[in-house]
Design a protein around this ligand. Structure first.
Ligand SMILES: Nc1ncnc2c1ncn2[C@@H]1O[C@H](COP(=O)(O)OP(=O)(O)OP(=O)(O)O)[C@@H](O)[C@H]1O
Length: 593
């Protein structure tokens, strides 16, 4: 009932007048068939008893014509309203769902397969279900009204028959509810298969994957995996369809037999003189009408039941507790004055995973540049994600001028940080938008965007694009009928850097492998720029290119989730440990002969 109520409220909030009009027209539509049956009976009885006056026939004819016209027009109007209500509810439901996902300040929810299944079902059914539930609820009212009107008419002729028809509806209702519960369980059960099928579909059509798929000849293999998921899901759907076919077939057959028996009985009674021709006409219409109404009623109730089970996933997402606890009265995030400290930080991505950070402690002092180095998988990017509070440490704390990040509002914290992530985004948007997304306030400020591009070494190639900053950087969309431009990896990386530069005077700049895709000349240029930009700014630079790290005020060496060494470049070389070893290997690689 909670889900039904939530769905109705959603529809109501999406447009009250439309919903009220739909309700009124539905009720009117429900009463037309019984009215027609009753009027037909009156016409037949007047004619067969020879008591018809022209005036009476004219009134009855006019009433029948009115009913016929309404019966012809109302379905079109209600259909339009139904579609319109569905569209409007869909917009509101989608908006609320995505707003709800914005409450997940961290990343953990999006890495939880069970939650992703729920999210997919919420997306799939959240928009359509409220409309369907409300329509079905109106359908219940319409069918109940029609049923009551026909049963009333039938009861006037034969109370026993009316009672019998009403009683036989109970098993049909129970059977339909059972079926709808099974169907909802089936749809939930095949959710993971459908999500995997979508994954293979996306992969097969994805531009970044296209090269490897073609070169390695993976298309057939992936298509097979996709079909496997569809076949598994289809087997479940087929089982549900067959179950419904059997149950509904038995129920339908039973009601047809009942109707036949009732008709026979009335005909026998008519032969004995107990009934009029009008009675027979009303009886036939009433039995058909009651059965249709009960079938409708049962179907609508089953729809409500099944849809609300699925709508439960939408409500689960809407009411899910945030993944990162945010204090109701978070402390303000002051401008950084002393520095950021990792204090004995332990972290793993979930209780099933190994520890990634094991007692990490170091400080990024205010105004200083810190380099973070280590082998692949040492935990460097994890440090970055924790700094941006995408996750909370399991033990220990990260302190912003002494304040635990857990006590700060993540959104406010992030406003103070500029960052280039290792897996930076490439947006299928214009060059200006690709930079402007770094600071929405500067999106319309072409001077600031151009300045950030200049500092990231992107101004030259952006200016050479067909429409400069307005060039669409995408080959998957058209821009005014023209295809966009495809950038090279290094060019994209410069735009990501420009995005970070656009955030300008943030308190902390984080650069995770900002030059990994650049050629030697560009890397030199970017690092000269970075050196100037980093000077006097609090920043953390991660790079495997130790040449770019060496000028950091402090270098922290991570090894298997622990701080193995720390010091300046010269100190670490003198130490002769991991850093010195890695540096020597790289330096050796640049020696000739
Ligand atoms: N989202 C995640 N879920 C589970 N495990 C993860 C996730 N991200 C990273 N890991 C694991 O955490 C460990 C550290 O990864 P991290 O990306 O921090 O390493 P890194 O030092 O940045 O490596 P690289 O130099 O290769 O970029 C790895 O073992 C990785 O498998």
């Amino acid at each position: 009932m909670r889900a039904v109520w939530a769905a109705v409220r959603l529809a109501w909030e999406s447009g009250r007048a439309r919903l009220a009009a739909y309700g009124a027209l539905t009720a009117a539509g429900a009463l037309i068939p019984p009215a027609v049956a009753w009027l037909t009976r009156a016409v037949l009885d007047l004619l067969t008893h020879g008591a018809a006056t022209p005036a009476a026939i004219a009134w009855l004819g006019a009433a029948l014509t009115g009913c016929g016209t309404a019966a012809a027009v109302l379905p079109q109007v209600t259909l339009y309203l139904r579609e319109e209500i569905g569209r409007r509810v869909g917009v509101v439901a989608q908006d609320r769902l995505f707003r709800a996902t914005e409450r997940f300040a961290g990343l953990a929810r999006f890495e939880d397969p069970a939650f992703l299944d729920t999210l997919r079902l919420a997306l799939q059914y959240g928009g359509a279900t409220p409309g369907m539930v409300v329509m079905a609820a109106f359908g219940v009212v319409r069918s109940a009204l029609a049923c009551a009107a026909f049963l009333g008419a039938l009861a006037l002729i034969s109370p026993w028959m009316a009672a019998l028809v009403a009683i036989t509806a109970a098993p049909a209702l129970a059977a339909e509810i059972w079926l709808s519960r099974r169907r909802a369980a089936m749809l939930i059960g095949i959710g993971p298969n459908e999500r995997r099928e979508l994954f293979y579909q996306d992969l097969l059509l994805s531009v970044p994957a296209a090269k490897e798929i073609r070169l390695f000849g993976l298309a057939g293999h992936l298509r097979g995996l996709m079909r496997e998921q569809r076949t598994t899901a289809n087997a479940e759907r087929r089982r549900a369809d067959r179950r419904e076919l059997t149950v509904q077939g038995v129920m339908g057959g039973a009601s047809a037999l009942l109707a036949g028996a009732g008709l026979l009985w009335t005909l026998v009674e008519t032969l004995g003189g107990g009934r009029t021709v009008g009675d027979i006409s009303l009886f036939v219409a009433a039995v058909a009408g009651v059965q249709a109404a009960i079938t409708g009623l049962v179907g609508e109730i089953a729809t409500i039941h099944g849809q609300t089970l699925l709508f439960g996933h939408y409500l689960t997402v809407l009411t899910a507790v945030p993944d990162l606890p945010v204090r109701p009265d978070p402390r303000p995030v002051p401008a950084l004055a002393r520095g950021i400290e990792f204090r004995d930080v332990w972290f793993r991505y979930s209780p099933e995973h190994e520890w990634v950070l094991r007692g990490v402690s170091f400080t990024v002092p205010y105004g200083r540049s810190v380099g973070l180095v280590g082998r692949n998988g040492a935990g460097k990017s994890t440090v970055v994600k924790l700094l941006c509070r995408m996750y909370d440490p399991d033990r220990g704390s990260i302190l912003w001028d002494g304040a635990d990040l857990r006590d700060l509002d993540p959104a406010e914290l992030r406003r103070r940080i500029g960052s280039v992530f290792q897996d930076y985004m490439t947006y299928d948007m214009s060059a200006a938008e690709n930079i402007g997304l770094g600071d929405l306030a500067a999106m319309g400020d072409r001077d600031r965007i151009a300045e950030a591009a200049g500092r990231a070494g992107a101004a030259g190639f952006v200016a050479a694009l067909p429409r400069g900053y307005d060039t669409l950087l995408s080959r998957i969309f058209l821009d005014g009928g023209e295809t966009g431009v495809h950038l090279s990896g290094g060019q994209w990386q410069r735009l990501a850097l420009a995005r970070a530069y656009l955030r300008g005077g943030r308190d902390l700049l984080i650069l995770d492998e900002p030059s990994s895709g650049l050629d030697a000349e560009a890397e030199h240029e970017i690092h000269s720029g970075l050196r100037r930009h980093r000077a006097g700014r609090t920043n953390l630079l991660i790079s495997h290119r130790l040449g770019s790290i060496r000028e950091s005020d402090l270098i922290v060496v991570l090894d298997e989730g622990q701080v193995a060494e720390r010091g300046s470049h010269d100190e670490l070389l003198r130490l002769g440990g991991l850093y010195a070893g890695l540096f020597a290997i790289q330096a050796e690689g640049y020696q000739v002969g």
